[in-house]
Structures are given as C-alpha cells and as structure tokens.
Design a protein around this ligand. Structure first.
Ligand code: HH2
Length: 259
C-alpha cells in the first residue's frame, strides 16, 4: 500500500503532493514500483496537526481518487469522515482506511457495507491531538487486540462482511517506542484474530530514535527492517512511502518465508 498524502503538513512528505497533478503522478509511480493499493489522504494525523473540515479534505482528495481509480488503480481513502468516504467511494475508491476504526463516525460502517467496500480498522489511543501525551497500557498487545476484536464485531453487526475487514495495530498512534516494539514483537497475536493485518511503520519517529536520531528522510532502513519482520510475523499489507525499495525487500523476504 503506497501512501499518497495530499496535505501541506504530513509528517514526512507534507506539501510535496498538494497539487492533484503531482499526487496522481506520485501514485502512478508507486503503482509501477509495486504498490497494489494507493492510500489517498487529505488530513494529517500527526500529533498537533491542524484539523481539516470535510470541504477542504474533499477538495484535496477527490480529484486524486477519481483519476487514480479511473486509471485502474485500487484506491483506499484515508479518512474518518462520512462525507469524504462517501464521495471517494462514489469516485471509484474501494477501501476506507479509518484510523479511528469507526469510533469518530459510526455510520461509516453502514456506508462500507452498502458500497460492498473493504475497510481497514486501526487502533489509536484516544484522538490524534492528545494521543502522544503519556500513553499507558497494562499489556499493550492484549489491549490493542481486544480493541480490534470489538471494532471488528461492531463492523460485522452493521453489515460489513468479515471478509471485507482488515485490522491495523496503529503503530505510533498513542504509543511509546517500547509500545511500538512490543506490538511488532508480538504481531502474531494480532494476526491470530484471523483478519489480514496492515502495518504502518513507514518513516515513523520511533525508527529515527532507535537508529540514534534519524530525520524522516533517513528512516528507510528502519522501515525495511520492521516491514520484513512484520511479514515474517504474518502481516499482509504494508503501508509505506518508499514503495520500490520496500517492495524489493518484501519480495526477497517472502521468498524465504515457509509457504
Ligand atoms: N499511519 C498514518 C496515517 N494513516 N493508516 C493506517 N491504516 N495505518 C497507519 O499506520 C497509518 C495510517 C500516518 O502516516 P502518514 O500518512 O505518512 O502521516 P500523516 O498522518 O502526518 O499524514
């Protein structure tokens, strides 16, 4: 899954693809490099990012979703807003990637069911504005697993078929470095829920810290290491900014994992 951020303020590529033309070209390049899904987002979720209203989010993502879908790409829309998800699905997106897992807008579940779309439900502690203020868990893996099971049950109760749901432990969303590491170490416990698992470690700050202080653009080695290990532990979908090198690494790693 290649990341297409149509935002001025995303943590690692904010402002680079704000223009629809540039975002579409970037998406097409990632598809050519091996991305089978393009995840288009119009609102940054980094701590402290400025909230965006639905009108502005739509203005950013809709032309990009439309054009990428029209060119035959599988498009997911990274949003927690009903209006944005509805317009994106009508414009050809087929997956809703909701970092709030239908908590902020429960009616997203019915929308996904009505459209026969797929969805990615992600764990986040609270909301983006405050999630990194001293996050605490008893057992982070057990709590994230219980949350994802509850959100999966919610989606099913609203009519989303089980086969349409992917789950994501939400690396970096209300987690310390140690929480992120524990989730990656014990990813098999999230995979054991029985749905495809999405992981998003790409360029995230814990990788910079672990490597001794690396800026966003210097976190590719950490991104590759964590995605390869996540593959070995059963993850199925890898949300990344640097598609070509990660796709190569995953192909090689996959060839060494027992079928
Ligand atoms: N991470 C980000 C955004 N959306 N969706 C899923 N399913 N999993 C993730 O880990 C995830 C996500 C944050 O990364 P990015 O989009 O690059 O940054 P920003 O939120 O600043 O736009």
């Amino acid at each position: 899954m290649g990341v297409v951020n149509v935002t001025p303020d995303s943590f690692s590529d904010g402002g680079l693809y704000l223009d629809a033309e540039a975002a579409v070209a970037h998406g097409a390049r990632m598809a050519a490099a091996g991305a089978s899904i393009l995840d288009v987002g119009g609102e940054s979720t980094r701590p402290g990012a400025k909230p965006v209203d639905a009108r502005e989010e739509l203005r950013r993502v809709l032309p990009v979703v439309e054009r990428l879908a029209a060119s035959g790409h599988t498009v997911s829309v990274d949003t927690a807003k009903l209006e944005v998800a509805r317009a994106a699905l009508d414009a050809g997106a087929s997956i809703v990637n909701d970092v709030s897992a239908f908590r902020f807008e429960p009616r997203l579940a019915e929308l996904v069911a009505e459209h026969g779309a797929r969805c990615c439900l992600m764990h986040m502690l609270g909301e983006p504005r405050t999630m990194q203020e001293d996050p605490r868990y008893g057992d982070v893996v057990a709590e994230v697993r219980a949350f994802l099971e509850e959100r999966l049950a919610f989606a099913l109760a609203r009519g989303v078929p089980e086969a349409s749901v992917w789950l994501d432990p939400g690396i970096g969303f209300g987690k310390t470095v140690e929480h992120n590491l524990e989730l990656l170490r014990r990813l098999d416990e999230i995979v054991a829920i029985g749905r495809p698992v999405v992981v998003g470690t790409s360029r995230k700050s814990f990788l910079g810290r672990l490597a001794g202080g690396r800026a966003e653009g210097e976190r590719l080695p950490g991104t590759i290491a964590t995605n390869v290990l996540a593959l070995e532990r059963g993850a199925s979908i890898f949300r990344v900014h640097d598609v070509a090198p990660v796709a190569d690494a995953l192909r090689v790693a996959a060839a060494t994992v027992a079928p």
